[in-house]
Design a protein around this ligand. Structure first.
Ligand code: ADP
Length: 719
């Protein structure tokens, strides 16, 4: 009897397609195959196999099995689950899962081997080479290993004592050694680690919330859990997810130290051949620890036993473009599919996770003090109404004074401002015109380093004009408000002797540079670091004793559902950088609204009171984590067609108990790249299967080709 293969293609198509399995092909689930689609042959993945029953119309046969690594069953299931949850085409998450498989293979490398021929002229240097040559490596590496010049190796090759051959540079990850000693844990760390180990030993799917203040040693604790997972099963794999590339760099170093082997590294900055190498090594089980950003969740782990989501509250875990997903939630789902343990770690957990912990769905492990001598910083508010900066400046006298004292003691300051560039707005003082992007309704941000005006939404940029494009006045453009570059300029002016650096995604181009900058800060080569959130979380800087928050109110403006929660988290993280080891730290928050609940909670260091008040408000409004939300953004080039379609869509919304649909309304960002945007917001009770509701709605409408409908389950952005 012949079989039918259901094949998913990594592209935006609504479903998998059926093909006939040619005789003798012997397909298995997860095989990568070559499938005909129209005139083309495409790479796809087998996601289903069933016996053909008579009477079906004949199906096209598959062209062949690709000589590529098979996706493990858990990965195949996860991809499909993620698509259903996010109400998107399953080819979208598959494309993410295949990103590494489609990257070019690393180029073959040359390695040496002993031929058995004896050297005509034995010398001490040659003897060292012969000894080292037992391990295959490239000629320069061999020379280095033997501690001789490369000429000695070449001589031996020329004589035929060593041969050279090309080998594929695949998957050579040193195995981690879980038996190496980690840090000696303090009693509360040891208790938390013991609970995690017990959870893993019990086996199966379980989630723990590792809730510990900044500097309490959460990393040490979860590395201990990772060691236990690796030791329990020689094939076990561990995934550690982080929200920022800069943070992956720090954790990679700690993992390498703890286990004596580099982990696999996975994020957008990893070059394609290296990506391929990690992907293959994960799939064949040779790479046992991966440290990566959110998309690492889609790697083909055959034997995943532990997933750690570090800084689990971080909004960067939400992927907002293309396939929209919340990596923290999907990590829990993947844990369930793989029967693995999941550890969510944070000093300021999301309200969702705290609620799950309160309700007993997650184990709740708390670390309430810093490790060792270290104490949490003192946090004080600077009321900008009483102590305003001079005109055209952004640092208040009180903060400047504290910076001066810190610098005089030879200690470091971090100035936190979550705004890239030099100034968030440029306007003409002659005619009042604000500089905006040509086809997007957002302001252009001035960047002094590049001398350009940049749209942070679309990436559009132009040189800063000499004259106002609107009225033609010369030298009339003025920069309004501060970004990190402007604060850097101010700090340099105030402290000409200090070494001042700026850290933001515009000034740090790749992971290596981020690592260098973090190390420079940790080693004390920087006195004042001006940073956006890219550097303000997670890192340990032993000599950093002052954190100044330039604009503590920034995140509260524009107010979306999570504005207060997010501001609290971000500022608790940023202020938490101050004071490690034996040096006490302090944090100063510049604010225009010191009476705001978030500022009060931060100053009093009373997270629990803040969380309780915030949860009570959410409960009243039926908002997450007590209810569920989904957003729909509909966009099109033609406003009339768009208006028509959103009206049709509003009529098509299914009636369901416990679901309310709001909109359509203009999105706050109503024009991006020339496309007009309208939004719906859907609120549902927790018991409602919101993904199923949205899928039903979606299936009832047929958008014209020029209209795009993007569904966002559990939205974080309300623009
Ligand atoms: P968190 O992730 O909770 O902010 P980390 O795990 O990064 O905390 O620990 C903060 C600092 O304290 C790090 O420099 C870490 O090496 C150190 N540390 C934590 N626990 C221990 C321990 N048990 N022994 C030695 N150093 C520790």
């Amino acid at each position: 009897m012949s079989r039918i293969a259901s094949v998913l293609l990594p592209m935006p198509l609504p479903e998998a397609f059926d093909y006939a399995e040619p005789d003798g092909m012997d397909l298995q689930l997860g095989d990568q195959v070559s499938a005909p689609l129209g005139p083309r042959l495409l790479r796809g993945v087998v996601v289903g196999l069933r016996e053909a029953v008579g009477g079906n119309r004949p199906l096209k046969p598959l062209e062949g099995i690709l000589e590529e690594t098979r996706l493990p069953p858990g990965t195949v299931e996860f991809v499909q689950w993620a698509a259903r949850y996010s109400v998107d085409w399953p080819g979208q998450p598959l494309a993410i899962a295949l990103r590494g498989a489609r990257a070019p293979k690393p180029r073959p490398v040359r390695v040496t081997a002993l031929t058995g021929v004896a050297p005509a002229r034995p010398t001490a240097a040659r003897a060292k080479v012969l000894e080292a040559a037992a391990v295959p490596m490239s000629p320069p590496d061999l020379a280095r290993a033997a501690g001789v010049g490369v000429g000695v190796v070449k001589g031996l090759i020329d004589e035929g004592v060593l041969s050279v051959r090309l080998v594929e540079a695949v998957a050579s990850f040193d195995p981690p050694d879980p038996s190496l000693a980690g840090a000696v844990l303090n009693p509360s760390q040891a208790a938390a680690a013991a609970e995690l180990k017990a959870m893993l030993a019990q086996g199966g799917f379980n989630v723990a919330l590792l809730d510990g203040v900044t500097g309490s040693g959460k990393t040490e604790v979860y590395l201990e859990a990772a060691a236990a997972a690796l030791a329990a099963d020689p094939g076990a794999q561990v995934l550690i997810l982080l929200p920022e590339i800069a943070l992956t760099q720090a954790v990679i170093g700690r993992v390498a130290e703890r286990f004596g082997a580099e982990p696999g590294e996975w994020h957008s900055d990893v070059a394609p051949p290296a990506r391929r190498r990690v992907w293959e090594a994960v799939a064949n089980g040779r790479c046992r620890i991966v440290v990566g950003a959110r998309s690492a969740l889609f790697l083909p782990f055959p034997n995943l036993k532990l997933i750690v989501v570090d800084e689990e509250h971080d909004a960067s875990f939400k992927q907002e473009e293309g396939f929209i997903y919340q990596a923290r939630d999907l990590a829990v789902a993947r844990g369930k599919i793989e029967d693995a343990g999941v550890v969510l770690a944070s000093a300021t957990p999301s309200l969702e996770s705290l609620r799950n912990a309160e309700q007993g769905r997650y184990r709740w492990l708390r670390l309430s003090s810093r490790h060792g001598e270290a104490r949490l910083p003192d946090i004080a508010l600077i009321d900008l109404r009483e102590s305003p900066p001079d005109p055209g400046r952004w640092l208040s006298p009180a903060l400047v004074k504290a910076m001066g004292e810190t610098f005089a003691r030879g200690e470091q300051t971090l100035l936190f401002l979550n705004r890239r560039g030099y100034a968030p707005l440029v306007l003409c003082k002659a005619c009042g015109e604000r500089m905006t992007a040509p086809d997007t309704d957002s302001w252009l941000v001035e960047h002094r380093y590049s001398g350009r005006l940049v749209c942070h939404l679309t990436g559009f940029s132009m040189p800063k004009p000499k004259a106002c494009p609107h009225c033609g006045a010369h030298d009339s453009l003025v920069s309004i408000g501060p970004g990190v570059e402007r604060v850097e300029e101010e700090a340099k002016g105030l402290f000409p002797q200090a070494r001042v650096a700026v850290f933001s995604s515009d000034t740090i181009f790749d992971a290596r540079e981020a690592r260098r900058m973090i190390e420079a800060m940790a080693d004390g080569h920087i006195d004042i670091l001006v940073a956006t959130q890219a550097a303000a979380k997670g890192h340990n800087f032993p000599n950093l004793t002052l954190v100044g928050v330039v604009d503590a109110d920034l995140g509260l403006r524009g107010g979306d559902l999570r504005a207060a929660e997010r501001t609290y988290q971000l500022l608790a993280q940023a202020t938490g950088r101050a004071g490690r080891k034996d040096r006490p730290g302090r944090a100063l928050l510049q604010t225009w609204a010191p009476e705001h609940a978030v500022m009060q909670a931060l100053a009093a260091q009373d997270r629990d009171a803040f969380v309780e008040a915030e949860l009570a408000e959410r409960e009243l409004a039926g908002l997450p984590p007590f209810g569920r939300l989904a957003a729909v953004v509909v966009s099109g080039l033609d406003p009339v067609q768009l208006e028509d379609f959103v009206r049709t869509m509003a009529h098509a919304a299914p009636n369901a108990a416990g679901v309310e649909v709001y909109g359509p309304a203009d999105a706050p960002l109503s024009l991006i790249r020339g496309r007009r945007r309208k939004r719906f917001l859907v609120r549902a009770d927790r018991a409602v299967d919101l993904s199923a509701y949205m899928a039903t709605w979606r299936a009832r409408v047929r958008p014209p080709a020029a209209i795009r409908v993007a569904i966002d389950i559990d939205p974080y952005s309300f623009l």
